[in-house]
Design a protein around this ligand. Structure first.
Ligand SMILES: [Zn+2]
Length: 545
């Protein structure tokens, strides 16, 4: 037999910093340097480096960490080196979950600052330490919060970035930090208030004026004001002498705008606290309270007017998009004849020039066309049958691809089982110990498990899809008949309800409208229609398509 040659250990490294604490924590580079030093000292060879730069340790879903966990299963390296358990996760429970998972996969988890537990007792001790560290952190955070509250109630200002209109004089020795009026900005604030309160100018009007006067907000990528900033500014009671503190707190968003797989921060939204919990700090007055109140009244009036304007009946609003991908919204003079669905690009870029060159679509014409198409499809057995057929052939194609997948998966499982069998035989022949056998077969068994779950869920889906039977001819005819009776004499609000229920998306240009959605015959039948209509603009239909 050959003598065993000691080879160097193949390891991977993991580093993480969260953006908000770059200064306090070691930066990613520092972490990587100390990991490399440690590896060199111990004779390890780094084969892969993982880093999550700017990710909170409060959650597990981090791109590099996910990759690491994936790779751990395929044993690309034997050991993972991390600066300290905190880098892996902030919470002890997460740390324990990850280290257990990795160790079960046969990966050694090594921390530069904390030696790995050698025995059960040490593991418990380590766990207790972890929990204490977590408790300490919570306690420090709480003490910090209470300290802040006390300071605020004593009249300290705690922000370093002052509100527009003020400058911040930082804390010096025993004297606390405070706001002073920034004359130049204060002049702008007063101007904005009086434009709205006395000249009754809309927020968009204010944005335009500020741009014309070349007055820029303090921080802005586009270098122009936006209406929501102005709205917040006009409602901020700091300008009449009382700055609010702690009126909102960070929360996990309930309806996130984007549904990304990875998020750098959990609590990216804010919630307003009950008014009783707000704290106030006196600051120098910029606007007198009469002007402030007048501006507030005017804002309310603008809002009501805007709501009235929105009352124009737009059948397709919320469902119609532009070819550039942005939504189109209904717009037009109050009670006017000329209502259009315009691309939001103009609003989003305001007051800078817009980039989308698509024209507005005449709302009345588009509404009629789409409504006619929906009504026609829903009340014609022939058209319905066509849509049903097209949809079901699409569905069948989908089921087929799913079917191929399960065949491949099953083959994979068989191969893995053969592998396990081979190891078992080798063990039977005394080639290696039971521990070694476990080490070899455990990851394979895990993989088999995973694949079996995948097969089960694919089979389930297959069954669900083929179980949905297409509506029968009789059902289609009954549906069409029922629709035909009522469809032509509906009020706007009923039509609107049907549009919301059946239309998923309309992509519109002046050349045509492409409508897609679902019609509820027996189950939802997907449909797609394309209307290409070119009309010669009649008088008064300048932007008709
Ligand atoms: Zn557009």
């Amino acid at each position: 037999m050959e003598t065993q040659i000691k080879t160097t250990k193949l390891i991977a490294t993991y580093a993480r910093v969260s953006t908000s604490r770059q200064e306090e924590e070691k930066t990613i580079q520092n972490q990587i340097v100390s990991l490399k030093e440690y590896a060199q000292k111990n004779g390890y060879t780094i084969v892969r480096e993982y880093a999550d730069d700017g990710w909170s340790g409060d959650m597990l879903a981090r791109p590099a960490l996910d990759q690491l966990r994936q790779d751990a299963k395929s044993k690309q390296w034997e050991s993972i080196l991390i600066y300290d358990p905190d880098r892996l996760a902030r919470r002890y429970s997460y740390q324990a979950l990850l280290t257990d998972e990795l160790r079960e996969a046969g990966i050694d988890v090594v921390f530069v600052t904390t030696p790995a537990p050698k025995s059960g007792v040490e593991k418990i001790l380590y766990g207790v330490q972890g929990l204490f560290a977590e408790y300490e952190r919570a306690k420090i955070a709480e003490r910090f919060r209470l300290g802040k509250l006390r300071k605020i109630s004593e009249g300290h200002i705690l922000v370093s970035v002052p509100l527009y209109g003020y400058s911040y004089i930082p804390k010096k020795d025993s004297e606390h930090g405070y706001y002073v009026i920034n004359e130049e900005e204060a002049r702008v604030v007063k101007m904005i208030f009086s434009w709205v309160a006395d000249e009754k100018i809309t927020l968009r009007g204010v944005v335009k004026r500020l741009q014309k006067m070349n007055i820029k907000p303090r921080k802005s990528k586009r270098g122009v004001w936006n209406t929501s900033t102005l709205c917040t500014l006009l409602r901020n009671e700091a300008y009449i002498g009382t700055a609010r503190w702690g009126s909102s707190y960070a929360v996990v968003p309930e309806n996130p705008i984007k549904n990304e797989k990875y998020k750098k921060m959990k609590k990216s939204s804010r919630k307003i606290k009950p008014k009783g919990e707000w704290l106030y700090v006196p600051v120098p007055v910029i606007v007198d309270s009469a002007l402030f109140d007048r501006a507030r009244e005017q804002l309310k009036e603008n809002f009501a007017l805007c709501q009235r304007n929105k009352k124009n009946e737009y059948l397709l609003s919320g469902r119609i998009d532009c070819s550039c991908g942005k939504r189109r919204t209904g717009e037009g003079a109050m009670h006017g004849k000329h209502l259009y669905y315009r691309c939001n690009d103009r609003v989003l870029s305001f007051p800078l020039p817009h980039t989308c060159k698509e024209k507005g679509i005449n709302a009345r014409i588009a509404d009629n066309l789409v409504w006619k198409k929906i009504a026609e499809t829903m009340s014609s057995p022939e058209l319905l049958t066509k849509q049903v057929e097209r949809w079901y052939s699409d569905q069948r194609a989908k089921v087929k691809t799913a079917f191929v997948d399960t065949v491949v998966l099953k083959g994979e499982i068989e191969k893995l089982k053969v592998q396990v069998e081979r190891y078992n035989k080798a063990y039977g022949a005394g080639i290696f110990t039971i521990e070694q056998l476990k080490g070899y077969t455990l990851p394979i068994r895990e993989k088999i498990n995973q694949l079996e779950i995948q097969v089960a869920s694919a089979t389930q889906k297959e069954r669900e899809q083929s179980a949905g039977k297409a509506p029968s001819k009789i059902e289609i005819e009954a549906f069409a008949e029922k629709t035909k009776k009522v469809i032509n004499n509906l009020s706007f609000s009923l039509k609107r309800e049907i549009v919301l229920a059946t239309v998923e998306k309309i992509v519109g240009t002046r050349q045509g409208l492409c409508v897609s959605g679902y019609i509820p015959v027996t189950q939802n039948v997907q449909y797609k229609t394309i209307s290409r209509n070119r009309r010669i603009a009649k008088c008064g239909e300048v932007h008709a398509f």
